[in-house]
Design a protein. Structure first.
Length: 168
């Protein structure tokens, strides 16, 4: 866990709840969370595509740095064809508890181009619990068949992971 996130946990009294283990090779657990316009968005709505499930928060500096990297990755891969999926979607789950901070970060990081969702319950998020998120940023990559093919990787590694899955 990053020092800033540790600081936030200590000063804000945050504690990440734990859920069951999520393993590479297993089917992803589906979740439905509201976006910034209060629309319900499910991971399952992206069937047939690669989906990056990203857990982040406006108060976590490493998450914000990842957002800037993801802007370029998303532009490069959103329309690519992969073995086991066509296109890349990003399903970003914010662990913020303040709507204004969350919305401000989305605007500042220029990440409204993909799906931004939040329960606005902070680290007490049911989605984070389901995915056994114990620190952020946390990432899971799901292929078009709904199988988790990578988890807990650094965003800097995402390009290599995606390149290995490109259709030849």
């Amino acid at each position: 866990m990053c020092a800033i996130c540790t600081y936030a946990q200590e000063t804000r009294g945050l504690s990440f709840p734990r859920g069951e283990k999520i393993a590479v090779g297993q089917a992803y657990p589906d979740i439905t969370v509201k976006d910034i316009n209060q629309n319900d968005i499910s991971i399952s709505s992206f069937a047939g595509k690669f989906v990056l499930v990203q857990f982040w928060a406006s108060w976590c500096k490493p998450s914000r740095v990842d957002n800037s990297t993801l802007v370029n990755i998303y532009s490069q891969y959103k329309d690519r064809n992969f073995d086991g999926g066509n296109g890349l979607e990003i399903y970003s789950i914010s662990l913020d508890d303040n709507s204004n901070n969350w919305r401000k970060a989305i605007t500042e990081d220029n990440v409204a181009r993909w799906y931004q969702v939040s329960e606005l319950t902070g680290v007490n998020s049911d989605a984070a619990r389901l995915y056994n998120v114990t620190a952020i940023p946390a990432n899971f990559l799901i292929n078009g068949d709904g199988i988790i093919i990578a988890k807990q990787f650094k965003i800097s590694e995402l390009t290599d992971i995606l390149n290995q899955s490109l259709q030849q």
